[in-house]
Design a protein around this ligand. Structure first.
Ligand SMILES: Nc1ncnc2c1ncn2[C@@H]1O[C@H](COP(=O)(O)OP(=O)(O)O)[C@@H](O)[C@H]1O
Ligand SMILES: [Mg+2]
Length: 355
């Protein structure tokens, strides 16, 4: 393993805000120490705090992990160059950018694959269709799917200086009348994001707190699947008003949904559940739009909602068109098929509930 090998690995890390040049080219690699069992890379950051610092450090770590043999440990340190003042510790992100947001709603699920992102994207588009000002933050740092589902993949959000000295804000992308932000915009296509707990947490807080949202009626947060520490920390640090829980109708899903609900009812979190969305409630074949097949059982969502003491906000059918719209980046909620209108109805219910 030579210095050149390490540099080669680090060249895979691109800085989205610096014309997508790599960190070696920009001169951010300050030092590389190589011993038999360990590689330590030091990245140099300028005095002005780089809004993407956590992302760059995480990506550099991931690049080292990908390229080093598993017997060699790696570490990424940072140094601040040209700085008269002592380096500030931590991220130090405030809630200023959320000041003009009326309702912050988490979209959560007990486990992955139930259609949480599909519901989040379509709910956002449907709320916009009803005339509300809407933003959506993709907080699923492990599997960001918002860029693909909205056809904004490959777009690079701009950054601009904030009100405070040294502060930089990320400008969300706008499409379908919704403001979108996702960690996916800062990763290479198809590149797996490898994060450790605290890093993932910081990265996703940046995707919410360092974004110039402006005035919004609704900011939806597509939460990462699961109910771990990262979720509790997210709900505590972001002033979420409450949550919508997405589930599928099977009885086996009840335990997962219960975990999701309990996460918000946890005494340290204590936020209301606005309701349950039953996704894939029935199957409707494309060529027979009037037929409903309850392949996962009938009324599963309603029973679940009753058992957990929450409202059933909406029921979304399983139709091929929803998946195809998601893959094509044209959310179903923009159209007038029954499945699209189901999202509009859901949006109306949520808006009514939140006044
Ligand atoms: N109601 C639905 N009808 C058809 N396909 C769906 C529906 N809901 C979700 N899907 C598909 O299921 C897959 C997983 O959905 P996704 O929203 O990514 O789940 P999650 O965010 O919970 O992991 C995607 O391919 C999506 O297009
Ligand atoms: Mg998802």
């Amino acid at each position: 393993m030579t210095k050149e090998d390490i540099l080669q690995a680090l060249r895979e890390v691109h800085h989205p805000a610096k014309a997508d040049r790599d960190i070696v080219e920009i001169g951010m690699v300050h030092d590389i120490e190589i011993s038999d069992s360990k590689v330590v890379v030091t990245l140099a950051f300028p005095k002005r705090r780089d809004p993407l610092s956590e992302y760059l450090i995480g990506s550099a770590r991931a690049a080292l992990i990908r390229h080093l043999p598993s017997s060699v440990a790696s570490e990424v340190k940072t140094v601040v160059v040209d700085d008269e003042k002592p380096k500030k510790k931590g991220l130090n992100l405030g809630l200023e950018q959320l000041a003009e947001v009326r309702h912050i709603v988490g979209i959560a699920s007990g486990k992955g694959g139930v259609g949480k992102s599909t519901v989040a994207v379509n709910l956002a588009c449907a709320l916009a269709r009803l005339g509300y000002r809407v933003g959506l933050a993709d907080a699923d740092v492990y599997g960001p799917s918002i860029p693909v589902m909205t056809g904004t993949e490959g777009a690079v959000p701009a950054a601009e200086p904030g009100a405070e000295e040294g502060q930089e804000l990320i400008i969300p992308l706008e499409k379908f009348g919704v403001k979108w932000m996702s960690i996916g915009y800062f990763a290479e296509r198809g590149q797996a994001l490898i994060w450790r707990g605290p890093m993932a947490c910081n990265a996703l807080k940046q995707m919410i707190l360092q974004v110039k949202w402006g005035p919004l009626d609704f900011l939806l947060i597509d939460m990462p699947p699961g109910t771990g520490d990262i979720h509790i920390s997210l709900v505590q640090d972001i002033p979420m008003e409450g949550a919508v829980i997405v589930t599928t109708p099977q009885t086996v899903a009840l335990a997962d949904v219960e975990k999701g609900v309990n996460m918000f009812r946890n005494e340290n979190v204590n936020r209301p559940i606005f309701g349950l969305v039953e996704n894939m409630a029935w199957f409707t074949p494309e060529e027979h739009p009037d037929e409903k097949y309850y392949i996962f059982g009938r009324d599963g969502g309603a029973d679940m909602a009753r058992e957990l003491g929450v409202d059933l906000l909406g029921r979304i059918p399983l139709v091929q068109g929803i998946r195809e719209s998601g893959d094509a980046g044209e959310p179903a909620a923009l159209g007038n098929r029954p499945d699209g209108l189901a999202f509009v109805e859901l949006a109306g219910k949520l808006a009514e509930k939140l006044g």
